[in-house]
Design a protein around this ligand. Structure first.
Ligand code: G16
Length: 547
């Protein structure tokens, strides 16, 4: 039969990448990640799988990004991208997990053929696969494994080399929308996003705003690409580069970058920190961004994904009011979002808020429920989604609007739409949006911080014997397993004024994460330690007891 005919060819291709069987892999929060030494067969199989996915989607381009994002240099992994630039469909995540763990070549072949049958895949389509990778040392070797897999199906392959994850998402969407979204090239990406930023800048109100940015590139691809972006920005922003050493890859994400700054609530190392300067940190594949500054007493202030979400939601809401268009704007957050940010958005901005489990795929999906859905994880991963009909409505109304104020608001909305990479969180696009809103409002970074105050909070992590024994419910706000842990957390939380805490297994690292917030920083820290200790005790903690 037509698929079985291929099996001999496939088998010989698969032979080059046997599964050493040392680890059970899981397609987690955002793909598969692990120490890069053990990933060759996984990457090879993901190459096979994306090719099949493209055949299934009648030759639509699909993407494969080789990255472990915020993880240390020694890790690597993949993120798979569907045709509109969104994350891989969840039904295929199951295939990815099964394929990654298949013990031998025959199993891999049988699984691929099963997938083809289950989905009624017509073999006549030629797959098209877009590939990118971050700056990790292992990227090139793992690319060879991916190419071997992809080529087994005689795919059309485009290797974009070292690029950011959101760039690859953007390119995939551009190809599949026949250029409507832009062209699949770095030049088109920079031009689209940056030109609309420059247009909006001409309409803006400067006041306390400063265009100077101290940029923390996490010693990764974000730094590399920001150097190209600076040329397109033509001095509309003054970007001072730091942590841009991509040659020494052991420095990647090390004590710098968005994940470090957010998790440790302190400035990045590798740069001099001056009071009231505006610091921007991105992560290892530049899909996350956080802002920070210190005051004259060296007190640190973090403006994370929650802050970006509130800034953007307030601005977009105001633009729609000014434009006269009645549009339903909503915000999607996760359990990590600070309680006061949710309160501010609901009570002050009057924007509805939904809460979903961690993982951009969940936030993105939920954001589609609104005409304009804004989503941000507290860690700085997020974007804005505009429904096609709304996009059209804004453009049409702008072309006929006679009222000057309304017309201006519509023009500004168009700029914001065009500088947004709607496919996924994108540090560069998000930075342009934040800078636009700050400039429009005439705000310094401390003006932005003053909009509301965060509840003091703390993130912790505990390594346990098997994090797969953890199960959560209610958008990760309660822990269902191990049994008894939630009751313990409840009794601890009761002792703290304004206390809230939850635990969940990470989908990208071998740890259980703990979040705690309370009325004071001391209490948030104490609460986090108490809950972390409960996790450690109940789930066979590994290493030092939390303190
Ligand atoms: C990925 C996901 C994010 C998630 C983060 C941490 O980010 O895209 O949605 O918040 O992992 O996930 P976890 O807590 O499950 O480890 P990135 O930037 O590392 O790809």
């Amino acid at each position: 039969d037509e698929w079985i005919e291929n099996i001999v060819e496939l088998e010989s291709n698969i032979e080059s990448y046997p599964n050493p069987g040392i680890k059970v892999f899981q397609y987690g929060t955002s793909g598969i990640r692990y120490n890069s030494e053990h990933l060759d067969h996984v990457l090879h199989r993901m190459g096979l799988l994306v090719a099949l996915r493209s055949i299934h989607l009648k030759s639509a381009a699909v993407g494969l990004m080789i990255t472990a994002s915020h993880n240390p240099q020694d890790d690597n992994g993949i993120k798979l991208i569907d045709p509109l630039g969104e994350m891989l469909d969840s039904s295929w995540e199951v295939y990815a997990t099964k394929l990654a763990n298949a013990p031998n070549n025959q199993d891999v072949c049988a699984m691929l053929i099963n997938i083809a049958y289950e989905n009624n895949i017509d073999k006549k389509y030629i797959p098209r696969v877009y590939i990118g990778r971050d700056t990790r040392n292992s990227g090139k070797r793992l690319l060879d494994a991916v190419l071997c897999g992809v080529n087994a199906f005689n795919s059309n392959v485009e290797d974009f080399g070292i690029i950011t994850t959101p760039m690859l998402h953007f390119f995939v969407r551009c190809y599949n929308t026949n250029g409507l979204y832009g062209q699949p090239s770095e030049h088109s990406y920079y031009t689209k996003l940056t030109n609309s930023f420059k247009t909006l800048r001409k309409m803006a109100n400067l006041k306390n705003y400063s265009p100077v940015i101290e940029f923390d590139g996490a010693n990764g691809v974000g730094a590399l690409k920001m150097k190209d972006a600076i040329i397109h920005l033509e001095e509309t922003l003054v970007i001072n580069m730091h942590n841009d050493d991509i040659m020494n890859t052991e420095k990647l994400n090390y004590k710098c970058g968005a994940d470090f700054v957010k998790s440790n609530q302190c400035p990045p190392t590798g740069m001099t920190i001056k009071p009231h300067s505006k610091y921007v940190s991105v992560d290892g594949d530049a899909d996350r961004i956080v802002y920070s500054f210190v005051d004259e007493n060296n007190k640190f202030y973090l403006l994370d994904g929650d802050r970006i979400a509130t800034l953007v939601a307030g601005y977009i809401k105001d633009l729609f009011i000014a434009s006269g268009l009645d549009v339903n704007v909503g915000l999607v957050q996760t359990a990590y979002s600070n309680g006061n940010s949710t309160k501010y958005v609901t009570d002050k901005l009057k924007v509805p808020v939904a809460c979903v489990p961690t993982g951009v795929k969940y936030l993105h999906h939920k954001a589609n429920d609104y005409d304009v859905g804004i989503y941000f994880e507290a860690n700085g991963h997020g974007t804005i989604l505009f429904k096609d009909a709304i996009r059209e409505l804004i453009r049409n109304q702008c072309s006929i609007e006679v009222d000057e104020a309304k017309s201006l608001a519509l023009k500004k909305l168009i700029c914001i739409m065009d500088m947004t990479n709607e496919t996924v969180g994108d540090a560069y696009s998000d930075m342009l949006i934040v800078e636009s809103v700050l400039c429009e409002r005439g705000w310094s970074i401390s003006d932005w911080y003053k909009t509301y105050s965060d509840l003091p909070n703390r993130l912790k992590q505990v390594t346990v014997k098997d994090r797969n024994t953890f199960e959560t419910g209610d958008a990760e706000r309660i822990c269902l397993k191990p049994l008894g842990l939630q009751e313990k957390i409840d009794s601890i939380v009761l002792k703290y004024s304004m206390g809230r805490s939850f635990v969940r297994p990470s989908g990208t690292e071998d740890v259980v994460r703990i979040y705690a917030e309370a009325d004071t920083q001391i209490n948030a820290d104490k609460l986090a330690v108490e809950v972390a200790t409960a996790v450690y005790d109940i789930a066979d903690g590994v290493g030092k007891k939390p303190e």
